[in-house]
Write a protein that binds this ligand. Structure first.
Ligand SMILES: [Zn+2]
Length: 66
């Protein structure tokens, strides 16, 4: 019988989560992290980076819109 000690939910080829902002590594996705899909690729941002990213996105949106 085979044993599967590490059940993998739906993370194809990815066994660890890395914050796209500061590079923090987490084994599982913390509930406080933000997940955004860009070009079909998942990107995770930790709590701090999510806020910074939101600000950056809003700022860029403002700049882009005008
Ligand atoms: Zn981060």
């Amino acid at each position: 019988m085979e044993q599967d000690p590490t059940p993998q939910p739906e993370q194809p080829g990815g066994d660890s989560i890395v914050c796209a902002g500061c590079g923090t590594v987490a084994e599982e996705v913390p509930v406080t992290w933000t997940c955004s899909v860009e070009d079909g690729a998942r990107r995770y941002f930790c709590d701090d980076c999510a806020r910074a990213n939101l600000r950056a996105i809003e700022g860029r949106l403002d700049s882009t819109w005008w």
